[in-house]
Design a protein around this ligand. Structure first.
Ligand code: HEC
Ligand code: HEC
Ligand code: HEC
Ligand code: HEC
Ligand code: HEC
Length: 181
């Protein structure tokens, strides 16, 4: 996951990385309780309408993040998969499980799944996934080792200081209007 172009800040922020176990290039798939996955937890994760476990999808089966978060390298947002995307696999996988049956029912009834946001910047802040992802910043640098989390939670503070510190270290722009349009 880690790009050499991005080595500098990775070292500087090793504390966060180690806490989030994001340093391993090929994380050991594990379905153990994820108590150590986000030692820097900053907010309680919201309830979700359906059961979804990153440890199974991104951990055990190593489905790449961008298979589901398809916009991350060409848009401001990363995007959350629709029920149709889930069913692309679940038509064939685990169809007998109650959680997958509930998903299939929502899909057949065309009920959109509304996932609750885990990360949310204030409206006055502009953030852009594409710019960071194409620069080689790994997802784990900001989101932690999501593939070890039973429930995704915010492990970075998302404060202005957090953004600006990293921009300084990487000669990225720090003018106010970079992030406040
Ligand atoms: C099989 C599809 C799938 C894969 C693969 C996947 N995700 Fe997700 N991801 C989801 C779904 C569905 C949600 C919304 C439910 C939730 O928050 O758990 C989500 C939520 C998230 C969120 C929280 C979004 C928010 O609301 O702020 C982050 C961050 C995230 N994923 C990162 C990752 C990373 C990093 C990887 C790869 C290591 C990954 N995901 C792999 C489907 C996937
Ligand atoms: C430089 C830090 C950073 C990196 C790198 C990063 N994200 Fe994010 N991500 C954020 C922030 C900040 C938010 C909240 C954005 C907002 O509220 O507008 C977010 C929100 C999200 C969300 C929920 C909203 C959305 O955009 O759909 C998902 C899903 C997500 N990230 C997945 C990913 C994945 C997958 C990767 C790697 C391909 C990734 N992120 C890389 C910082 C980052
Ligand atoms: C790229 C293929 C793929 C996609 C897309 C996908 N899944 Fe899965 N899912 C899997 C695989 C593989 C398993 C594990 C099968 C097994 O081990 O029996 C699984 C297992 C599950 C399970 C049962 C295991 C558990 O956690 O209890 C649920 C529920 C589930 N997925 C929900 C979802 C949802 C919701 C989505 C869409 C947001 C989704 N999946 C998208 C491949 C996928
Ligand atoms: C891990 C380091 C890191 C963090 C954390 C980070 N950024 Fe960045 N950001 C960068 C780098 C590096 C670039 C330059 C990418 C390029 O040159 O294309 C960048 C570029 C950007 C750009 C595009 C700048 C332009 O040229 O227009 C925006 C907008 C941005 N970041 C907003 C944010 C916000 C808002 C946050 C906090 C929520 C944040 N970033 C957190 C590293 C980071
Ligand atoms: C790299 C991104 C980035 C840059 C550059 C940036 N900000 Fe921010 N700013 C943020 C984020 C993220 C927040 C929201 C989180 C927080 O309040 O810490 C924020 C919040 C704020 C707030 C609201 C604080 C509050 O208490 O609600 C003000 C005012 C502000 N910024 C002014 C500025 C000014 C002035 C500059 C230029 C000197 C600047 N920002 C440059 C990312 C940035």
């Amino acid at each position: 996951m880690r790009s050499s172009r991005f080595g500098g800040i990775v070292a500087a922020l090793a504390v966060v990385e180690v806490a989030a176990c994001g340093a391993s290039p090929s994380p050991t798939p594990s379905l153990a309780p994820d108590a150590d996955a986000g030692a820097v937890v900053t907010a309680k994760p919201p309830q979700q309408p359906f059961h979804f476990d990153h440890r199974i999808h991104a951990g055990k089966y190593q489905i790449p993040c961008q298979t589901c978060h398809v916009y991350a390298d060409h848009s401001t947002i990363a995007g959350i998969p629709t029920a149709s995307k889930c069913m692309g696999c679940h038509r064939f996988v685990d169809g007998n499980k109650p959680d997958v049956k509930a998903l299939a029912k929502a899909f057949e009834e065309r009920t959109p799944i509304v996932w609750n946001r885990v990360h949310r910047l204030p409206d006055h802040v502009f953030f852009n996934h594409e710019r960071h992802v194409l620069h080689g910043v790994p997802c784990s640098r900001c989101h932690g080792a999501v593939e070890t989390m039973a429930v995704v939670r915010q492990v970075s503070p998302l404060t202005m200081g957090w953004c600006v510190d990293c921009h300084r270290e990487n000669q990225a722009p720090t003018d106010c209007w970079t992030c406040h349009k």
